[in-house]
Design a binder for this molecule. Structure first.
Ligand code: SAM
Length: 240
């Protein structure tokens, strides 16, 4: 295993699933996933993840492959598309979606916390509503930083912890919610985790007027992998 891109320790924050090695298999959630009301609402933001895609691209936790048709439409030039998805029921559906989208996808059974690729392998990594679900979000982010080439982009679309009573409600609901929704946590501080990571510079972070409690707020954004030696891409975005 390669060293993480930064020297940060792993898995110390909230919302981490203590049992990282449990099987990930949710047949009912996989069957229902594409019928959920969020699907059409997320369309424009999936386009954001897929804009002008070229080079080597990795999607982490691709689920049923809902993002694939957007990737095919957003492709600009030579695109080599890779995806990982640990749930076999999701992955089976993703195979069909890749075919429908006419997108060649190198789809692997792997987890975001342990990506089966060398350092600096990708120009773009994207995640769509995945960091709510991964078992160890800190470890997953380290892996994203490791496999991205310097200057490469991490594009994300995630629902995150809210404020005040809504945050309290999310914390209360999460244990039940996670059982019904394939392990999804409502109350993760995903944006803070992302923007404070020293491997990344913030290009863009935007809170969307989208979603209803408890699956709100939804945030999309782009981080750029810093070059070695601390040289950074300017443009610190704001959140909120
Ligand atoms: C809410 S679904 C999102 C699916 C897809 N990204 C989308 O945009 O619709 C979350 C996905 O993360 C996957 N997942 C769960 N644990 C994971 C892990 N450790 N690494 C990568 N993906 C994981 C789940 O199997 C599920 O397919």
């Amino acid at each position: 295993m390669n060293e993480p891109a930064s020297g940060r320790s792993r898995g110390t924050d909230e919302g981490q699933d203590q049992n990282r090695d449990h099987e990930i298999a949710h047949p009912v959630f996989a069957a229902l996933y594409d019928l959920l009301p969020q699907s059409p609402l997320l369309g424009p933001h999936r386009e954001y993840l897929a804009r002008d895609l070229s080079g080597r691209v990795l999607e982490v936790g691709c689920g049923t492959g809902e993002q694939f048709r957007f990737a095919a439409d957003g492709a600009n030039g030579d695109l080599e598309y890779h995806a990982v998805e640990p749930d076999p029921y999701m992955r089976n559906r993703a195979v069909g979606k890749a075919r429908e989208a006419d997108l060649a996808v190198d789809l692997r059974d792997a987890r975001a916390e342990s990506l089966p690729y060398p350092d600096d392998a990708f120009d773009v990594v994207c995640s769509g509503v995945v960091f709510c679900t991964v078992q160890d979000p800190d470890a997953a982010l380290e892996e994203v930083a490791r496999v991205l080439s310097p200057g490469g982009e991490f594009r994300f679309l995630e629902h995150v912890r809210s404020d005040g009573w809504r945050a309290q409600g999310q914390a209360l609901l999460t244990p039940i919610w996670a059982r019904a929704a394939g392990g999804c946590h409502l109350d993760r501080n995903t944006v803070e985790r992302f923007v404070s990571h020293d491997a990344f510079a913030v290009t863009d972070v935007e809170r969307l007027e989208l979603g209803v409690f408890p699956v709100t707020p939804i945030v999309r954004g782009t981080l750029r992998r810093r070059c070695e030696g601390g040289v950074t891409v300017p443009g610190l975005g704001s959140f909120g």
